[in-house]
Ligand binder design. Structure first.
Ligand SMILES: [Zn+2]
Length: 158
């Protein structure tokens, strides 16, 4: 305590009188914060705090990430069947430019990523050649990126 008082005098240029020190002491009695940390959370309280920050309650939660699931679905047998049905219906002809054969893609009119229920709906598919497919608004996640960008822009301009 003596060291602390000497330091105080160095900084402030004076030492509090004994009466003042008694007053400060009296005012701090019962102030638990003045003692520093002397409490402990119970195990349950710790757990509750932890649970309250997991999953969708986490500050960086961005929703269910379905990338792996999407990949699995793209590789699935059902998907291959859907592709084939679309090609057969369109007679292996690009519905945009009318070219036949060559490298064809089965495009989802309503995007694969955002229209789950229409992923294997043949009426939601169309046959496109690669250049025509690349020109669509939803090619390779383009629609999603655009939506994300619009969202970001609204945030910036708020
Ligand atoms: Zn084409």
């Amino acid at each position: 305590m003596r060291q602390a008082r000497l330091r105080r005098r160095e900084v402030l240029g004076y030492i509090n009188s004994p009466e003042t020190r008694l007053k400060i002491s009296a005012s701090q009695k019962g102030n638990s914060y003045a003692k520093g940390k002397h409490w402990k959370l119970s195990k349950e309280a710790c757990e509750n705090i932890s649970l309250g920050h997991r999953g969708e309650k986490a500050w960086n939660w961005i929703g269910n990430i379905e990338r792996d699931n999407n990949y699995r679905q793209r590789k699935s047998f059902e998907y291959a069947q859907w592709r084939k049905s679309v090609f057969q219906r369109d007679n292996y002809t690009c519905v945009f430019c009318g070219c036949r054969g060559g490298k064809l893609n089965a495009d989802h009119i309503l995007s694969f990523a955002t229209h789950k229920e229409k992923r294997f709906d043949v009426s939601n598919g169309r046959t496109l050649c690669v250049p025509c497919h690349k020109a669509t608004d939803t090619y390779a996640g383009r629609g999603q990126r655009r939506a994300k960008l619009t969202e970001l822009k609204t945030l910036v301009h708020r």
